[in-house]
Design a protein around this ligand. Structure first.
Ligand SMILES: NC(=O)c1ccc[n+]([C@@H]2O[C@H](COP(=O)([O-])OP(=O)(O)OC[C@H]3O[C@@H](n4cnc5c(N)ncnc54)[C@H](O)[C@@H]3O)[C@@H](O)[C@H]2O)c1
Ligand SMILES: [Zn+2]
Length: 383
């Protein structure tokens, strides 16, 4: 199911448990890479470092002289073999974050951990539930148990999905929390959630980090659980843990159209396939689209800060999904998008970030504008 062991200069491949004992590969060479002089400048373990966000974090760290070790199992839902963009300056261990032995070896000599490994997206159907929990939560638990033996600062790739719906204000009742949208209202084209008390229209607002969590799908539940496990680890060990709640990340190396990919990649894949972009609901859903290089920069700032806390990582400029479709279609030179009125029950209506805390405490401000980022994304390499 997972790739075979790869043996090379800075490659280490870990056999799945069923192969152990049948495999006589000497792996001692892999940690010899620790003699690398860069490691004296600090070593960061990036789990999921072969993925979309993780690979940009790796690039950013290496560019400024940090030594990087990657632990990634090249999950078959995310990769079709080893991607071509892997930075040759990193040491790669192709293994599973759920494998305690591999994790322990990867943590050897490490000064900080950037935990990006996860199964992402909404998934194909509920059948995926055990895999999501296994990779995301059991994986995080395994990493934390090994890390607790020698705690170092940890940065967790969190997600805005933990909020569920965004923040809403009723002109009469102040801040309110609308429940999940009903199939009847959605079918009637009433996409905006009403005030749960008076039924009036609500005004969406940017969501701050202290908003209550309300994960509404399996993936969201596992991301909330990751945060809770990391917070428990921080309390028990005193280690600094930073949770970065990325909003909608887009950019080069984004996975192509799968149930495990985000909306930007679904649109871009449609254009590439010569199809018109189909926008669900009325296209007025608000999101914050943040460029992957900005997300990587936020990760480096968080690793450098050595502090702790939870931060939205976003551009600070909300846009509608309709605007995303129009911008990418125009930049690609494709057909005008079509707004279909279709809906998915798990989707939330509006969610966009308040970015003040990340600016004040991490010094993070996104640099790539929506127009510039989308122009690049329209023709960027996908994975
Ligand atoms: N892309 C987004 O818009 C977005 C938004 C919010 C949060 N995030 C979070 O950012 C992180 C990175 O996501 P991404 O978009 O780069 O996804 P991705 O699928 O491109 O990368 C995830 C990587 O993790 C690896 N992985 C999965 N399970 C593993 C395991 N058990 N052991 C080792 N490696 C494993 C995969 O092989 C993959 O390379 C995730 O934690 C995700 O939840 C992403
Ligand atoms: Zn009201």
């Amino acid at each position: 199911m997972f790739p075979p062991y790869i043996v090379g200069a800075r490659r280490e491949w870990h056999p799945p448990l069923w192969l152990r004992g049948r495999c006589s590969v000497d792996m001692s060479f892999a940690l010899a890479a620790c003699e690398d002089p860069l490691i004296r400048m600090g070593t960061v373990l990036v789990t999921g470092g072969c993925g979309f966000v993780g690979s940009h974090v790796v690039d950013e760290l290496i560019a400024r002289g940090t030594s990087v070790r990657v632990l990634d199992l090249l999950h078959p839902l995310a990769h079709d073999g080893e991607p071509g963009y892997l930075n040759p300056g990193a040491e790669y261990v192709f293994g599973d974050v759920r494998d305690a032995e591999v994790v322990a070896r990867c943590l050897d000599g490490v000064d900080a951990v950037s935990h990006q490994a996860s199964m992402v997206g909404l998934g194909a159907d509920f059948d995926d539930v055990a895999d999501y929990v296994s990779h995301n939560d059991f994986g995080t638990a395994t990493l934390l148990r090994e890390l607790a033996r020698r705690p170092v600062p940890l940065v967790l790739a969190g997600s805005m999905v933990v909020y569920g719906e965004g923040r809403y204000r009723c002109l009469e009742h102040g801040l309110v929390r609308p429940g999940p949208r009903t199939p009847e209202r959605l079918a009637a084209g009433e996409f905006d959630p009403p005030c749960p008390t008076c039924g009036r229209a609500l005004v969406p607002e940017s969501i701050p980090e202290d908003a209550p969590l309300d994960p509404r799908n399996v993936y969201a539940a596992t991301k909330a659980q990751q945060e809770a496990l990391c917070a428990a680890f921080a309390r028990e060990t005193g280690a600094a843990v930073t949770a970065l709640r990325y909003h909608n990340v887009y950019g080069p190396r984004m996975p192509r159209d799968t149930p495990y990919a985000g909306v930007a990649s679904i649109f871009r894949s449609a254009l590439q396939g010569g199809r018109r972009v189909r926008v669900f609901e009325d296209g007025q859903q608000l999101r914050d689209f943040v460029h992957v290089r900005d997300v990587a920069a936020a990760n480096v700032l968080a690793l450098d800060s050595g502090g702790a806390g939870t931060f939205n990582v976003a551009s600070g400029e909300p846009h509608t999904v309709g605007e995303l479709a129009a911008e990418v279609s125009a930049a690609f030179g494709g057909m005008e998008p079509e707004t279909t009125g279709e809906y998915r029950l798990g989707d939330v209506r509006h969610v966009f970030a308040s970015t003040g805390r990340a600016a004040a405490e991490l010094g993070f401000r996104a640099q790539v504008s929506f127009a510039e980022g989308m122009r690049e994304f329209a023709t960027a390499e996908l994975r």
